[in-house]
Write a protein that binds this ligand. Structure first.
Ligand code: FES
Length: 90
């Protein structure tokens, strides 16, 4: 049952998939991001990063504080073209 838990809701990645890839040696957030797209959804990892970092720490035995958090980018938000057009002076 726990295996079916979706950890990254944006990209629909389950705990089972995350554990499988950590077991294959993908034991940093950025590596998991490359293979599973975790952290690449609209929330940019706000909903899943902590859970995945804790799982990496648990499986690898590395203290949580020593796990690199991965590359953090600001969330992408759509901007209306009208707003961009209004900001133009000429
Ligand atoms: S929950 Fe993982 S990117 Fe949003």
């Amino acid at each position: 049952m726990e295996k079916e838990v979706i950890v990254c809701r944006c990209e629909e990645v389950t705990m089972e998939e995350i554990r499988e890839w950590i077991g294959k040696g993908y034991d940093t957030f950025d590596e998991l991001k490359r293979v599973l797209r975790v952290g690449m959804g609209p929330c940019q990892g706000r909903g899943c990063r902590e859970i995945i970092l804790r799982e990496i720490a648990k499986i690898t035995g590395t203290p949580y504080g020593e796990i690199p958090p991965g590359t953090i980018r600001p969330p992408a938000k759509p901007v209306k073209l009208a707003l961009l057009a209004e900001s133009r002076e000429d």
